[in-house]
Design a protein around this ligand. Structure first.
Ligand code: G3P
Length: 224
């Protein structure tokens, strides 16, 4: 996966569901191409297959379960996610939390099915454990800042810097993203300056009146 990365989580926002999800995915693709910046998206499960047939940017699931294919009702398997066209998956998002044991199993199953794992962590303490599971990325997000417009890269720069340093000491292969409240190009720029390999964002893009304009601002900040 090319870096730095802007990963846009569509959550279950109406604007990022169904037709809205496809529209947003196309906007992300256009901006990604035009500015040569890596933008990936995480729509809901039900939108992955259609979107993956229409756009070429990487698609992530918002969650997976660790169960292997078989007699497990109501679970979402890594096999199904991969088959629907996803390149990777979020694991342990603050709005879809898992125990450490579950995070480990989900990270393993993602690896087995060749899915890029982005494991979210709300603290350095948890991040230390997660790094040992060898995910591709850890996304550091303060749940208290999610959706507030107060960017983690501005409000807690020392925590982000320290998170990056500590994780790279434990497992230098793991790349760190940060997220929560990222709203402006300046927030994105700060995140990169703090040593992250990109950002995980949602509301400032998905709920924007003009998502393309905001994405262009983010993309330009990364180019600088
Ligand atoms: O997954 C991204 C996220 O939780 C941050 O949300 O709305 O603060 O960008 P938001």
């Amino acid at each position: 996966m090319e870096l730095p990365l802007i990963l846009v989580n569509f959550k279950t926002y109406v604007e990022g569901t169904g037709k809205g999800a496809l529209k947003l995915a196309k906007i992300c693709e256009v901006v990604s191409k035009k500015f040569n910046v890596n933008i990936a998206i995480a729509p809901q499960f039900t939108d992955i297959r259609l979107i993956s047939s229409k756009v070429k940017i990487p698609i992530f699931a918002q969650h997976i379960d660790y169960q292997e294919p078989g007699a497990f009702t109501g679970h979402i398997s890594a096999l199904a996610i991969k088959g629907s066209g996803a390149a990777g998956t979020l694991i342990n998002h603050s709005e879809r939390r898992l125990s450490l044991k579950e995070i480990k199993k989900c990270t393993e199953i993602a690896k087995k099915y060749d899915l890029i794992s982005v494991v979210c962590s709300d603290s350095l303490m948890k991040g230390r454990n997660i790094a040992r599971f060898d995910p591709d990325f850890i996304a550091y997000e303060d749940p208290l800042l999610i959706g507030t417009g107060e960017a983690i890269s501005k409000v807690k720069p020392n925590s982000v810097r320290n998170f990056v340093k500590t994780i790279s000491r434990i497992n230098p292969e793991v790349k760190v993203l940060c997220g929560a409240g990222i709203t402006s190009g300046e927030d994105v720029k700060r995140a990169i300056e703090l040593g992250t390999k990109g950002v995980l964002v949602a509301s400032s893009i998905v709920k924007a009146t003009n998502p393309k304009k905001v994405l262009i601002e983010f993309a330009k900040a990364i180019q600088e």
